[in-house]
Design a protein around this ligand. Sequence first.
Ligand SMILES: [Mn+2]
Length: 221
Amino acid sequence: MTGRLIAIGDIHGCHREFEDLLDELELEKDDRLILLGDLVNRGPNSARVVELAREHATVSLLGNHELRLLNFRKTDDPTHLKKYDYETLDQLRGKDWDYLEAMPLTYEDLDTGTVFVHGGFVPDKPWQKQPARIVTRVQVIDRNGEPRKRSEAPDGTHWSELWQGPPFVVYGHTPGDDVSPTKWTLGLDTACCLGGSLTAYVLPEKRIVQIKAREKYYTPS
Ligand SMILES: [Mn+2]
């Protein structure tokens, strides 16, 4: 008997809600925990979230926030950064950076036919070959078929509405009031750092486990 496969959406530095969710899940030795990226920024303690990830996660996927910090570290170009990135840069230590640098873009589970990713995929192209700048960032597809953030193309169609599996895709990055299901996808970013909740999806039972945010940690500008 193999263990459970558990995915958790965008944690964004919300270390207490992450601890509460881990308590609730009662992980066992054979369980696999997949974090869907954007572990850092906006919430109170990004370093603690990375520490808990190192301890408990089977794998943490690359999010656009990690990608931005890593790009800054590579180039020293501050135009990559947003204001709250500086707080995270102060918090993270060597082994945290090693962990961020090792984050893959996707995780595939063949038994359930499920692929996990931070942002999503451009439909009608093989998911395996899509680059970091797309799979960590895509929210909608604009009228020219280009991947965009929702704010850049408000009349675009969410990529998940266009995705025809297999595989079934579990993703984060597009915050919502609750989980976003389609036939072939499930979105788990329930906006914890904005005062929403932190969500886990548990396979094979297809169960949702949620922890309500203790407070609103971040207000979009
Ligand atoms: Mn994101």
